[in-house]
Design a protein around this ligand. Structure first.
Ligand code: ATP
Length: 241
């Protein structure tokens, strides 16, 4: 049994059929990436897992429990935590307050102030820039810093599985590398399970254990990241030939 199992989900926006039978699984401790072009359905897949855009049919299981029709807050309470695209932080709260908001959704026993302070230090160690700017308003951060803050806020929730939505979007290459380094060290140090959605297939396949390719609402490929990285069809379609 995998930590997360998605079985044949079909998701709609009105009449628009965005996901046409998507299945995937993520084992404890893995980094799995979901790559694909614009409009392939990557964000919809994450939002279906989180209960924001529930599936019309199919099932989402966490630890074997059916969470398909739970409310988004109930799914969050089970430790399925999304780090949204960087600009979705609280712009009028400080960096520190944004991080505290992340801890707010922890379940009762984990909401102890010592634990929260320790986790905040851990986030500051991973993202020293956030420590320097902890009193600054979120909205005044650069794009890269906002992305770090979105990830830091998600980590404060102590995710069982971290869903990362295009962490590289709109960032300069150096920052993209920094963000992906954090993904790797986080997974190495704490065995955090990660489902990474990316358009930047090159970087995503370099950090992930396994990968799925999504195209027009269908999974077209599923394999180890290493195999897909060397697959001529993937190279031509997603890795710039
Ligand atoms: P991108 O990388 O561009 O964000 P994506 O792979 O994340 O793309 P989705 O955002 O999941 O793709 O979109 C999948 C499909 O669903 C697209 O055809 C998109 O136009 C459509 N779609 C997404 N959100 C809505 C919505 N709120 N209403 C109607 N259609 C939508």
């Amino acid at each position: 049994m995998s930590l997360l199992e998605v079985h044949d989900i079909h998701t709609f926006y009105g009449n628009i059929n965005a996901l046409k039978g998507v299945s995937l699984n993520v084992d404890e401790g893995e980094i799995v990436t979901l790559i694909g072009g614009n409009g392939a359905g990557k964000t919809t897949t994450l939002n279906t897992i989180c209960g924001i855009t529930p599936a019309r049919s199919g099932r989402v299981l966490l630890d074997g429990d059916d969470i398909t029709h739970l409310r988004p807050h109930q799914i969050v309470e089970r430790g399925v935590i999304q780090s949204p695209e960087g600009r979705k932080i609280f712009t009028r709260l400080t960096v520190r307050e944004n991080l505290e908001m992340g801890a707010f959704i922890r379940s009762g026993s984990k909401r102890d102030s010592t634990g929260i302070a320790r986790d905040m230090e851990m986030v500051f160690e991973r993202f020293p820039r956030l420590k320097e700017r902890q009193k600054q308003l979120g909205g005044t951060l650069s794009g890269g810093e906002q992305q770090m803050l979105a990830m830091g806020r998600a980590l404060m929730a102590r995710p069982r599985i971290l869903l990362l939505d295009e962490p590289s979007m709109g960032l300069a290459p150096l920052l993209v590398r920094q963000i992906f380094n954090v993904v790797i060290t986080l997974n190495n140090d704490t065995q955090t399970t990660i489902l990474l959605v990316e358009q930047n297939a090159l970087m995503a396949l370099a950090v992930a254990d396994r990968a799925y390719v999504l195209q027009s609402g269908y999974i077209t490929h599923a394999d180890t990241a290493d195999k897909l990285r060397h697959d001529p069809a993937i190279i031509e379609a997603y890795l710039g030939g």
